[in-house]
Ligand binder design. Sequence first.
Ligand code: NAD
Length: 341
Amino acid sequence: MKVAVFGTKAYDRQFLEAANSPKQHDLVFFEPRLNQDTAILAAGFPAVCVFVHDQMDAPTLELLAARGTRLVVLRCAGFNNVDLKAAANLGITVVRVPAYSPYGVAEHAVGLILSLNRKIHRAYNRVREGNFSLDGLLGFNLNGRTVGIIGTGKIGLILGQIMKGFGCHLLAYDVYHNPDMAALGGKYVELPELFAKSDIISLHCPLTPETHHFINTEAIAQMKPGVMLINTSRGGLIDTQAVIEGLKTRQLGSLGVDVYEQESELFFEDWSGHIIQDDVFQRLTTFPNVLITGHQAFFTEEALRNIADTTLANITDVEQGRTCPNELRPQPEVGDKVLVA
Ligand code: NAD
């Protein structure tokens, strides 16, 4: 099938082309993100392939449908950027990659925890400048500490397994209890108890209307003073302004994030030669106890291979008229309301 691949980075092309050898589909790569302004590029393509920041809203889908597109192939799990109802009404099939890097994301969360705790990001700079002072680098043993995991699906469970290996106690919160987490020794508690008892809190639930800004001023006030907060899930889970206040009062001891609510304006691009206009983001970067990465938790060789393989298999399924297990359909309860990665 002829596929217009949008928002292409060099690594997307490398892994998609490798997975497409021998050539199964005709992939044409475009750098711009797909939106109303760029939809014209897809004229005559029966399929478009998109990522997390492409805007698949109703007007864009209408433009695509009018020019012959019948398939939207997400090379990610989340579909908050796709209007599934509009796609269904236009006869456009939507497929995705539901899981591609749970280990990569959990391991990245652990990387943030270790770096923040032992101040490795600060030590790296100090040593390069010939400063071998230990002042300000004091950490704590992870062994015996309590880790609160919010969202105990694929990634949250793996984080639990790794932290268990460090000798941590596990507290868990989820709307569904995962028996594997319980078998690991994770104790399901209500949020106030998790907030009050955890030395480290890590977020692994999807962004939904219910979870939007659920780490807010009230939640932070219930946390153990000096708690470490980790978010590799979705920026909108956190009220960033409330977190900044929590850091200023030292109620929050440290913050590690791979995601940020306004990240689509910044992430995946090089802004190093520009003046960044987002004052909230810039304030966050001034704290020595804040570590930010730019939505790279998924970014492992294994994940990019999985994404490429599943993406091409999804296209083949649809092309050959087979039922695609990764097809998305609008569902009133979850579907287009659920905002995930
Ligand atoms: P998953 O679906 O396996 O697990 C999510 C868990 O969250 C489920 O157990 C679900 O019951 C729970 N949940 C749903 N609503 C909840 C609520 N209101 N309160 C508490 N728990 C709730 O998903 P996953 O693969 O583990 O991914 C978790 C999140 O990680 C995704 O939603 C996504 O936002 C994020 N993610 C980030 C990256 C990255 O690169 N940073 C990559 C992939 C996924």
